[in-house]
Design a protein around this ligand. Sequence first.
Ligand code: SAH
Length: 261
Amino acid sequence: MSASTLHTVYLVGAGPGDPDLLTVKALRLLQTAEAVVYDRLVSDEVLDLIPAGATRIFAGKASRRQGVPQEEINDMLVRLAREGRSVVRLKGGDPFVFGRGSEEAVHLVENGIPFEVVPGVTAAIACAAYSGIPLTHRGLAKSVRVITGHRRDNRALDFDWPSLADGETTLVVYMGLANLGLIARELMEAGAESDRPAAAIYRGSTPDQRVVHGTLETLAERVGDAGLTAPTLVIIGEVASLGETLAWFEPARAGDHQAPG
Ligand code: SAH
């Protein structure tokens, strides 16, 4: 097939769930897509923007070993592009932040398929905004670290913990729920104070958002008591102490299950 009949595959960030947080480019591409391959994290409200005639393909997410294997997704994107369809690969948040978008991009390059990446509002940015916890704040945090709390095949989290325990660094943990207790212990052993503020944000920016506040010592238990599940983002650092003062977002459905503070 000649290059001219190949369509570009768009690796598009869908943001954290609220369709108002899509970029204009993401919205435009979605509205003209012929095939959309999407992840579990993409919200129904965003999926509602896909035209009725477009093919929707659920690609699941490999994290829980369910869903479609990454190799199959890679091959599917190549196949759809070769069929000459305009393909959007829609991913929660940003495609290049723990989204495996880069693995798909490498596969597209290897197969000679043109692609573009459309950035999305990643969970760290969205959850910070919607929980009122700034990632940086003069006097409280002068840098931000973003880590995954879960590794492939449950491999050990072999971080340089002392560098993550720095008191003026905000630590953002994606996929951190299962290992939250372990992460907190490692940080405390590496020198972080046990009363360092921390918060967990469930489904940030959506009507289901819940925020649980605590400290390094208490957060894991509070999150357990509150029954938070994925997707939840954890923010650790002095900035989390601002969350109660700056909480501005009142999720529509919060009334009956607001988490304890
Ligand atoms: N590419 C995505 C991240 C995928 S990894 C992004 O840029 O946001 C999946 C993890 O992201 C979840 O386990 C959770 O930690 C986080 N996450 C994604 N969306 C979220 C949301 N709306 N609220 C809270 N955490 C979210």
